[in-house]
Write a protein that binds this ligand. Structure first.
Ligand SMILES: [Zn+2]
Length: 352
């Protein structure tokens, strides 16, 4: 049948990496390209966009959805319907073409150009340790100089590859893809020009509703910024910035851990991420700060936290772009109060 043939027509997208791309698992070494990290990013942003428009997006940490034809909507939220849940497969297949074996798993350190005094009175420089990703523009002998192709195939008529492709364009324009984006990996651009984001916009608009969850990531509590570094385009600059942003919350440990993340004790994912420099010393900074949060012992207020971050970027760096829903900080000068319009403005313009 004609309709079915259209449904199964796969789409191939070529990406060029602007900062190294971590395609390994979240914990494992990056010895082979894996789709998991890329699908994880796609799902994370799909959730945030659906939630931002008031659509149904469950809390993934609670495993709320499972397929049950006797329940309303088969027991699936708008996100699980596309990305899968217990008893329900993901409705598209994503394949990274030209898988490459890596020889790069070198322990690598980056030391920020900052010092602090530890609790024993010693002067220390904040240092990050991690393994280099294999697919980097900087690693010699990398196949195709940091290019890779993604093949997207719909497995049913419940999602079209164009919607997923639009999501990839959104990620390429504003944030980063793959695992370990908190280490500055994963800024990409589409090698063969922009993809039409209209199908994604139309698709998401149809899911818009009135659901809210003020504690989860959403287009309505996110921000997207781009700065030009005043201190050159070294990878160290990202880690200087990371350190400086942590220092903004020096007086409030619980708030600092909540915003910037921690790996000690109760692990918390960073809500603020920043890329390594790309282009001519551009750095992306993005994140989300919820309206409600349980931050123990802290005088918590979302706007105060976002304003602190915004002020730092504005005064200490050259802030080129700041996008935020319903905010006077938005550099377009428009305070979008309709999430669908706000999304549209993000989909038509590119950050870089
Ligand atoms: Zn769900």
């Amino acid at each position: 049948m004609k309709g079915e043939r259209q449904m199964t027509e796969p789409l191939t997208i070529k990406l060029k990496t602007l900062t190294p791309l971590w395609t390994g698992g979240v914990k494992g070494t990056c010895d082979r390209l894996h789709e998991t990290g890329i699908i994880g990013s796609l799902r994370w942003w799909y959730e945030a966009l659906v939630r931002g428009l008031g659509g149904s997006a469950c809390d993934p940490s609670r495993h709320e959805c499972s397929y049950d034809p006797k329940k309303p909507h088969d027991g699936l939220c708008d996100v699980c319907r596309v990305f899968g849940a217990t008893g329900w497969r993901r409705q598209f297949r994503l394949e990274v073409l030209d898988h490459a074996l890596s020889n790069a798993s070198i322990e690598h350190t980056i030391r920020a150009d900052r010092t602090y005094t530890d609790n024993k009175g010693r002067t220390r420089a904040p240092t990050w340790y991690f393994r280099d990703p294999n697919r980097s523009q900087r690693v010699p002998n990398t196949p195709k100089h940091g290019e890779l192709s993604l093949k997207i195939q719909a497995l049913s008529s419940s999602v079209s590859p164009e919607v997923i492709a639009g999501l990839i364009q959104f990620i390429a324009d504003w944030v980063a893809v793959g695992a370990r984006t908190q280490m500055g990996f994963g800024v990409v651009e589409l090698a063969n020009g922009r993809i039409d984001t209209e199908p994604l916009h139309d698709w998401l608009s149809a899911l818009a509703g009135t659901e809210t969850n003020p504690k989860l990531p959403s287009l309505q509590n996110a921000f997207f910024a781009r700065i030009a570094s005043k201190n050159g385009a070294t990878e160290q600059e990202t880690f200087n910035l990371k350190y400086d942003l942590r220092r903004l919350f020096a007086e409030d440990r619980n708030l600092r851990h909540f915003v910037m993340g921690t790996v000690r004790g109760k692990r918390l994912a960073a809500k603020i991420k920043m890329s390594r420099p790309y282009g001519n010393g551009l750095i992306r900074v993005w994140g989300w700060i919820p309206r409600e949060a349980d931050v123990y012992g802290s005088d918590w207020e979302r706007n105060t936290v976002v304003e602190l971050l915004h002020q730092h970027l504005k005064t200490r760096c050259t802030l080129q772009v700041w996008r935020e829903f319903n905010s006077p900080r938005d550099t377009t000068g428009q305070e979008y109060d309709d999430p669908t319009e706000f999304l549209k403005s993000l989909l038509v313009s590119e950050s870089s």
